[in-house]
Ligand binder design. Sequence first.
Ligand SMILES: Nc1ncnc2c1ncn2[C@@H]1O[C@H](COP(=O)(O)OP(=O)(O)OP(=O)(O)O)[C@@H](O)[C@H]1O
Ligand SMILES: Cc1ncc(COP(=O)(O)O)c(N)n1
Length: 259
Amino acid sequence: MKKVLTIAGSDCSGGAGIQADLKTIMAHKCYGMSVITALTAQNTTGVYGIENCSADFVKNQMDCVFTDIFPDAVKIGMVSSIEIIKAIAEKLREYNPKNIVIDPVMVSTSGNKLLKDDAINTLLNKLIPLAAVITPNLSEAEILCGFEINSKEDMHRAARKISKNYHGHILIKGGHLEEDANDLLFFDGKIHWFEEKKINNSNTHGTGCTLSSAIASNLALGYSVRESIQNSKDYITGALKENLNLGRGNGPLDHCYRM
Ligand SMILES: Nc1ncnc2c1ncn2[C@@H]1O[C@H](COP(=O)(O)OP(=O)(O)OP(=O)(O)O)[C@@H](O)[C@H]1O
Ligand SMILES: Cc1ncc(COP(=O)(O)O)c(N)n1
C-alpha cells in the first residue's frame, strides 16, 4: 500500500484541511498520515478561531512519521507561521521525501486569513523550493507573481513570472475564473491546460485541499505529474457533481462517490 502524508491544519467541520486530505487519500486507496500544524474552529460559514501548534511539536510529529512509516508522497496545506514553516522545511530537508505537493493556502473560501502576512516570504523562500508541484489558486498566484489575474492569458503570464524563482511544476487553479474551471500547468517553459466545464455548485469548501492531496496520492501511486493532475481533476469534478449539500454556507465535497 502506498503511504501519503498530509501536513496541514485541522478543519473540525470536515470539509477542508487534514480531514479533506485523509478522506481523499483513502478514496485513492492509499494509507493516510497527518502532521497537524494548527487547529481551526470553522464550519461552512467561516473560520472562528485558530490555535497554532508549536514548531517543536510539528517537528516531533514529523520525526514520528518519517522514522517509522516513510511516506511515498507529502501534501502540505495550511502552515500558519514563520516558525512552523521553518520547522517543516528543516525536517523535509533532513528526510528528503519524494513527491512533495504544496498548496500555498493563504485565505479560506469564506475569506479568513490562514497564513500570517509576514510568513509569505518564508513560505516562498524556504518551503516552496522543496516542492515538485505547487497549486496556487488565482489569489495566491496573484500574491506570488505580483499582479492581478483576470483571464487565461494572465494565468500564463503569472506562471511564467513565478517560474523565474521556482523551477518545479506550477499548477494555477482557475476555479475562481468567471468562465470554465480551467487549470494551467507550467513546467520547463511549456504549458498544458486542464479544461473542465464549471459545475453550478457553490459547495466548494475544500476543493483546493482535495485537489492537492489527490495529486499527492496519484504521484505516490506512480502516475506522472500530468496524469496525476488529470486524475485529480476528474476526482474533484465527480465529487462536485454529487451535489452534496451540507451546512449553511459553502458546503463540503462528497468523497464517497467512488466507494
Ligand atoms: N464550480 C466548479 N466546477 C468545476 N471545477 C471546479 C469548480 N470550482 C473549483 N473547481 C476545480 O477545483 C479545483 C480547486 O480549484 P480552486 O480554484 O477552487 O482552488 P482553491 O481556491 O484553492 O480551493 P478552495 O475552495 O479549497 O480554497 C481546481 O481544479 C478547479 O478547477
Ligand atoms: C485547515 C484549513 N486548511 C485549508 C483551508 C482552505 O480551504 P477553503 O478555501 O476551501 O476554505 C481551510 N479552510 N482550512
